[in-house]
Ligand binder design. Sequence first.
Ligand SMILES: [Zn+2]
Length: 337
Amino acid sequence: MQSSALEYIRCPECRGHLSIHLAAKRNGDIRSGTMKCTECSNQYPVIMGRPVLLPNAAVNTWQAPVDEALGVMPGTPVNGLLSLNRLKEIGIDRAIEQSGSRCIKSEMIESDPNAVTKEMLGKARYLDSGEWFKHKGRAKRLLTFPAEGGVNYDIFREFMNTVQSTKTRDLIDLLSGGGYGVTHQAFQNRELRRIAAVERDMKCLWNIQYRFKHIRRSSISEAIGGDVRRLPIGSESFDTAMTLQGLTELHGISGFLREAYRVLKQDGYYVALYSEDPVTFDILPVSDLRKFALAADLYAGHEQFISAAEKTGFRVISTEALEGTRAIKRITVFRKM
Ligand SMILES: [Zn+2]
């Protein structure tokens, strides 16, 4: 992590500025230390070079959005793809009742951030070294720039070019996953001067940063541990935000949109690639999932997403339906007006 990232990284709880303590540096990079909020005194760790700013110092493991909406205990095995079998078994109407009747809280592990550091360190070191990429053909699949092809490659290319066409210098990638989208954008778009990739799944962070390093863009890029519903990012910090898929794996679409809007500068763009309909894997009818998703604030489909974005303050600049291998995809460009 570069010290310059502290210009836009903020406390996810109160959005206060952070000061860095006990930092170990290597070649100017902050490798380990603690970031302390100057307002609320919350602390967040830097682990093997990656800043991790999850609300309440929670070590969040990803849960299927259906499970999160239903208040299923974290650690309960997923029931069918994205836990859609659970939804089917409970029945839509009862599920809606269940999701509305409780205060949803993911389990927070309120612990000293240094304890988290110890637990994560072994895995972090392994991922940070790039060793992970050397197995199972991952380097060829994941470290080939430019990409050589793949499922829905044309749609991916179109999305990449759309992001580039916003002529941004500051880019934030939300729901980064393994960082495939953001690193390919970093590779092809040489106008970029600052890149942040926010992902909640901790093990992804070192993979994303390794890819940045692989394409020699790590000096302007940061993979940041954060929850997109409570971004650890200052308001009006970026010109363009992007999400490549990922929306179907999120519980809390409206909060996510408010945060995306907040961190963009005035007239900034948000470019999203997503499925036209909520993904059901044929487990239940689209209409059933849509009904539940709308009630539980999950991704409910293109029209519903547009409408939620407009309610947030975004204006739709363009939207394009594209025939994918299994389903229709959408690329939509929103603008903060
Ligand atoms: Zn704070």
